[in-house]
Write a protein that binds this ligand. Sequence first.
Ligand code: SF4
Length: 214
Amino acid sequence: MFESFYLFLGQLIVSLIIIIAILIAVVLVLGSILLKKNILIFPKVIIFLIDLLYSPIKKVLKLFKKDESIVDIIGIKARNKVNMEKFSKIPANETLIFLPHCLRHRDCEAFLQETGLICTECGKCSIGVIHNKGVKLKYEIYIVPGSSFVKKIAQEKKFKAVIGVACHSDLNQIMMLLSDFCPQGALLKTTGCFETKVDMKSLLKIMNSKKEQK
Ligand code: SF4
C-alpha cells in the first residue's frame, strides 16, 4: 500500500519536473526568437510562463552559467509589444510614469516627499529633461526610490496606463505587478545609486506614442 503510494508520488514529482523543464525550454526558445529576430510568437504564453516560472527560469539560467537577466529582458520586450497598441490609445493624462531616483545627479537638491522626489528641473540630470517633456505631454510623473513607492502610488491614483523605467529585474517585476495597466518599460543602461542612464530613445518613443491624442 505504502510502496505504491510512494511510487505514485515519485512518478508525479518526476513528471512535474519534466513538464516544468519543457515549459522553461519553450520560454527560452520563444524568447531567443524574440530577442534575436524581433519576432513575437505566442506572446501571451511567454508572459504567462514567465510570471508562473520566474524563479525556476532564473535558477536554470544560473545553473547553466547564463545571464539571468535574459528572462527579464524577454518579459519586458514581450509586454512592450503586446501592450503597445492598447497603451497608445490611452491619453497621456491617464498614464503614470515611474522614474527611478538613481537617475538623479549626485548633487541633486530635490526633496523626497510621500510621492517621491520633487524635481525642480535644475538641468543637472536626465530626470529634468524627461520631467519637462512629460509634463508638456500631460503625463503624471513620479520619481521613486523603490517599488514600495510604486505600489503605494498605484493604489492611491486613478490611471489606465503606466510607463516604468528601471533595471532589468525591477522593471520586469513592476510590469508584472501592473499588468492590468498595459505597462510599457524602458531599461536603464547603467546601474548604481546616482547618475544612472536610461535608454532615452526607447523612453521617448514610448512617451511620443500618444502624441496625436493630446
Ligand atoms: S533635474 Fe531634477 S532630479 Fe535632476 S538633479 Fe535637478 S532637481 Fe534633481
